[in-house]
Design a protein around this ligand. Structure first.
Ligand SMILES: Cc1cc2nc3c(=O)[nH]c(=O)nc-3n(C[C@H](O)[C@H](O)[C@H](O)COP(=O)(O)OP(=O)(O)OC[C@H]3O[C@@H](n4cnc5c(N)ncnc54)[C@H](O)[C@@H]3O)c2cc1C
Length: 1004
């Protein structure tokens, strides 16, 4: 018999024994576990119900009174398509709740939720958690304790998270001394094992746990972790580092490897780390750790898990058109787990292997592999989660295995992520728990070798397009991807690009008119706002005469350019996109240095630029190849579009490549020629774009580059009677001036000038009283302070419902104090400088005004690195009246105004009380409020339960109305039409009463 057959036979034997023992330990109808199983079965019947139930559970802890809770329950279940038991529908059906006693329903729901949370969470404080672990020990099971609090939002909360562990170590260690010795769980072949065992998530120790600046993150986490490790070591406790989402994987490994090579910890064996088998490179991680262990020379523990973030990882990958980092078939994760199990046992001299799983096949493989390789039972352990697969735990103890139970404790709010992961696992169709202990799939099938019986898996989450317009077959557009700075290679490329751009400092950038470089008398030093002494480049300043030359060149080039076939124009645009993508690090680095945009923001700006070039290339081909035809007998009708002529592109510094590219690519795609006047502060970057356009073969005169002061050059461009359309993005003051100037028909001007004008915003976010406050705070911080609040989409008004006002403010204050401020070239910076000295003075004046119109809740501190640059600290102003100047005027800086609303009606009213209507956001878990916001929240881009910046071309067409703009949506299928004239052509095809044969139809 082949080895694999023999091995599988033994696995089946062990598995059957486990099942028998587990069956004997199944919960009875009198136990809470039985009821939980029945409830999860009800959810299995209907995906929609499952989603609604999870959403309801997610919001439950934030619902303060029973009336609110009951309203939410009704809102979540008010959907005829849900497969609800009759009794439920009768209780919560429309209108019922008003007549039912809300109190009763509220209490029942709360009781159910507390029971359910209590199933997975060992307690809300240390004493209750300790009681639970003592009960586990009485059943012969060890524990590892986890404090709920991953993904913290501020340094003070990270401090508190660490503090809880400090107390826990003391309390547990004191208590453990009195526990009776249980050899199975308290000793291994090397002697006594720590009775106190802790599991820690690193994202709880640093609000900016981000590989983009690995050294900073390691320093920050270590400042809290090291004292904790010292204490654990002194107390004889064990510490395990959990593994979280993929984006944290490399940083977690790096930190673990660096920290435990330090002198203080190098000879300490009571440490461990989790490794995930659902990752395609899980085996590589494991081998890397084993090699590291060899070098370190002290034993440590590796906990093998499959991985708890599968749904989130696959959704993120699909959203970004990426290959998921995780296996996409369940049997692949299972098989990888088995391969990694063998590797771990082969290195049992270096590590103590721990196997975390509730899958009987996986655990039977663990036992069979240990037997085969001669590893004794006390040299490894099985780990399970509290509240999951209890019969399996009992079975394992009966088999004489050391079982350790993972016991989370703490507040449910920060623990919601954990709870939802457990609910997902319990109800997952792929999951062993449901198949093995719920659905009762046959044991043989469950114990089959995953490489032989490849069980089917559910499909990946999909992008769903429901096109309502059959003439718009554009569902195939793929956005470019942002750079993943979690990889060292990309970080090195960015550092290299910044060095390269620095090396180019002092280069001169002349005008480009009709493909000729033109030097001028006046030159502008484009400087780095983070370090104003650094001149990024010298840019020639056009005179009005130069601009007139450029317009003439564009007019001459227009006739040839409009005659180029749409497909050929589109190909040139695509080449430009490819070239920008090739030079993406250099373009981002230029932006970082020239306008002070931090790494991630600059990178996303490049991505958006690439998208614009590709999107409008696709769009012009669609428009040209699908002319709208309405042919009726005897008459052909066609709606077609033709370019307008010369387009003046006047762009802002805020999105120096994305918006400049969006307006230029749309104009070119449509067949217009361009005279480009970029923002003065971003003109080196614009010069590089023009260079790229020349390189890819855009013909002479089609794009002309005339940087210069807006007041003279911009004005001249807008007023010129040979310019057919103006695409402008900038401030309200300049924008309205542009519209006024453009409206005048100049002598000899035979057309009405088209004005595409995008202006500012005073963008609000509403936080409802049932919102996920941590999620809201994080999104508000990003929306208000990233790039120093200088995006037209930045959040500047926060409207908070009374019920959560104080709590939210407290968290917002802590999070604002934790915002990383610094020069934009430092990778971890979120808040860099404002664009120039004028902006700095203006924002400071606004802050002074804020002191008189409200109360400063928090004013961030500028670090020493920020001295000398044009920095302004983040400021949060509270107690502001909705009509105050500070709440109405655009600031374009990191100043956030907070307004209190007594209820949701008032919140919507305050949000809409603005001259602007660009972006807006809502954080709420009430389906009814979300529905209302969809209808009544008057903004061009409404974002629900996410940040309000970072729109994606095609998926989120961008642009506002009221005084925010002319209502045009960039990145939408209509955008190009604004750059063209529509023409309807009608031809009478009748000749003396003769109807051409192709216009006839059969008469039935
Ligand atoms: C003590 C303990 C500690 C843990 N610590 C961590 C930790 O630090 N980090 C962490 O991420 N997880 C951790 N987990 C959670 C663990 O990852 C999940 O509980 C585990 O994945 C469930 O696997 P299973 O073998 O019990 O169940 P199974 O039902 O056999 O496997 C379910 C798992 O398979 C994978 N999967 C599901 N669908 C697919 C698919 N279509 N294609 C590919 N793979 C799929 C997923 O990983 C899913 O969780 C821990 C679990 C325990 C018990």
């Amino acid at each position: 018999m082949a080895h694999s057959e023999r091995f599988n036979l033994r696995v089946r034997e062990i598995g059957r024994e486990v099942f028998e023992l587990a069956d004997a330990a199944q919960p009875s109808i009198f136990q809470a576990a039985w009821w939980f199983e029945q409830a999860t079965r009800m959810l299995d019947r209907d995906d929609r119900l499952r989603t609604r139930a999870f959403q309801f559970v997610d919001c439950l802890p934030s619902l303060r009174d029973n009336a609110v809770l009951t309203r939410h329950l009704a809102e979540y279940l008010d959907d005829k398509r849900l497969d609800l038991p009759k009794i439920f529908r009768t209780a919560v059906g429309p209108g019922r709740l008003l007549t039912m006693r809300e109190e009763l329903i509220g209490r029942a729901a709360r009781f159910g939720a507390t029971q359910m949370a209590g199933r997975f969470i060992t307690g809300y404080d240390a004493p209750s958690a300790i009681k639970t672990i003592e009960r586990l020990r009485a059943k012969g099971m060890a524990f590892t304790m986890d404090v709920l609090g991953e993904s913290t939002t501020s340094y003070s909360r990270a401090d508190r998270y660490a503090e809880v562990y400090h107390h826990l170590i003391d309390e547990l260690a004191a208590r453990a001394a009195s526990w009776e010795r249980i050899p199975l769980i308290d000793e291994d072949s090397n002697g006594p094992m720590p009775r106190v065992n802790l599991s820690i998530k690193l994202t709880g120790l640093d609000p900016h746990f981000d590989a983009i600046d690995t050294d900073r993150a390691i320093r920050e986490v270590s400042s809290r972790l090291q004292p904790l490790l010292h204490r654990a070591r002194r107390a004889g406790a064990f510490v395990n580092i959990d593994m979280e989402s993929y984006k944290h994987r490399d940083l977690t490994l790096e930190l673990f490897k660096r920290l435990f090579l330090e002198d203080d910890f190098r000879d300490w064996c009571e440490i461990g780390i989790a490794v995930q088998a659902y990752l395609k490179d899980g085996e590589r991680d494991l081998i890397g750790l084993l090699e590291w262990g060899k070098q370190r020379g002290t034993r440590f523990t590796i906990r093998l898990v499959k991985g708890a973030y599968w749904d989130a990882e696959t959704a993120a990958a699909v959203r970004n058109y990426k290959d998921p980092p995780v296996w996409t078939r369940k049997y692949q994760s299972d098989a990888c787990y088995e391969r990694m199990t063998r590797i771990m046992f082969q290195h049992a001299h270096l590590i103590r292997p721990a196997f975390a799983s509730h899958n009987v096949r996986s655990l039977a493989v663990v036992i069979a592999t240990a037997e085969e390789l001669g590893v004794s039972r006390n040299e490894y352990e099985v780990q399970t989660l509290f509240g999951m697969g209890d019969p399996l735990k009992t079975a394992m103890v009966r088999l004489g295995q050391c079982v350790r139970v993972y016991c989370p404790y703490g507040d449910l709010m920060p623990g919601m992520g954990y709870l939802i992961r457990r609910l997902l696992e319990n109800t997952s169709n792929e999951g062993f728990l449901k198949q093995g202990f719920g659905d009762r799939t046959s044991h043989d099938r469950l114990l089959a070798d995953p490489t032989i019986v490849k069980q089917p898996s559910s499909p990946l989450p999909a992008r769903r397009y429901r096109n309502t317009d059959p003439e718009e077959p554009m569902a195939t557009f793929k956005n470019a991807s942002n750079t993943n700075f979690a990889t060292g290679e990309n970080r090195r490329k960015m550092i290299g690009a910044i060095d390269y751009v620095r090396g180019e400092c002092g280069r001169t950038y002349p005008l480009i008119i009709n493909d000729q470089t033109v030097s001028t008398k006046a030159w502008h030093d484009s400087i780095n706002p983070s370090r104003p002494r650094e001149v990024i480049g010298q840019v020639a300043q056009a005179t009005t005469a130069d601009v007139s030359q450029a317009i003439k060149a564009a007019r001459r080039a227009f006739q040839q350019w409009r005659a180029v076939r749409a497909a050929d124009r589109a190909n040139l645009l695509r080449k430009a996109a490819d070239r920008i993508e090739m030079r993406r690090f250099e373009m981002a680095a230029t932006m970082i240095l020239e306008v002070g945009k931090p790494w991630r923001e600059a990178d996303a700006d490049v991505t958006e630029a690439v998208d614009h070039w590709r999107y409008y290339a696709d769009q012009i081909q669609r428009i040209e190849s699908h002319p709208r035809l309405r042919n009726i007998p005897g008459e052909d009708n066609m709606l077609a579009y033709s370019p307008k002529g010369v387009c003046a592109v006047i762009s802002p510094f805020a999105f120096p490549l994305a918006i400049l590219s969006g307006m230029t690519s749309a104009a070119l795609a449509a067949g217009n020629t361009v005279v480009m006047k970029p923002a003065r502060q971003a003109s080196v970057l614009a010069a590089k774009l023009v260079e790229i356009l020349g390189d890819v073969g855009i013909p002479p005169g089609v794009v002309n580059f005339v940087p210069g002061p807006g007041t003279t050059i911009g004005q001249h461009l807008v007023e010129n009677g040979d310019v057919n359309l103006v695409a402008f993005t900038g401030s309200h003051e300049v924008g309205t001036g542009v519209i006024r100037a453009g409206a005048i028909v100049r002598p000899g001007q035979g057309f009405i000038k088209k004005m595409i004008v995008e202006m500012g915003g005073k963008n609000p976010i509403i936080v409802d009283d049932d919102a996920d406050l941590d999620g809201a705070v994080q999104a508000v911080i990003e929306s208000a302070f990233a790039f120093a609040g200088q995006k037209c989409s930045s959040c500047s008004r926060l409207i908070v419902l009374d019920g959560v006002y104080d709590v939210l403010l407290d968290r917002l204050r802590q999070a604002t104090e934790s915002v990383p401020i610094g020069p934009a070239d430092a990778p971890a910076t979120m808040l860099g400088p404002v664009i120039d000295e004028r902006a700095q003075t203006r924002v400071r004046e606004c802050i002074d005004l804020a002191r008189t119109e409200g109360r400063i809740l928090v004013e961030g501190k500028l670090p020493p690195e920020a001295q000398g640059g044009y920095f302004v600290p983040p400021v949060v102003v509270v107690d502001v009246k909705p009509e105050a100047r500070i709440a109405q005027e655009e600031i374009f800086g990191p100043v956030l105004v907070v307004i209190r609303a007594s209820d949701f009606d008032q919140a919507i009213e305050i949000a809409n009380n603005s001259r602007y209507a660009l972006t807006g956001g809502l954080f709420s878990r009430s389906p009814a409020h979300i529905d209302r916001a969809r209808r009544e929240f008057a903004v061009g881009n409404l974002y629900i339960n996410r940040r309000i910046t970072g729109s994606q071309v095609d998926a989120q067409p961008f642009g506002g109305f009221k005084l925010s703009g002319t209502g045009v949506k960039a990145g939408s299928p209509d955008y190009l039409l604004h750059f063209m004239d529509a023409r309807c052509i009608t031809e009478n095809t009748l000749r003396s009463g003769f109807v051409p044969s192709e216009e006839r139809t059969e008469v039935s």
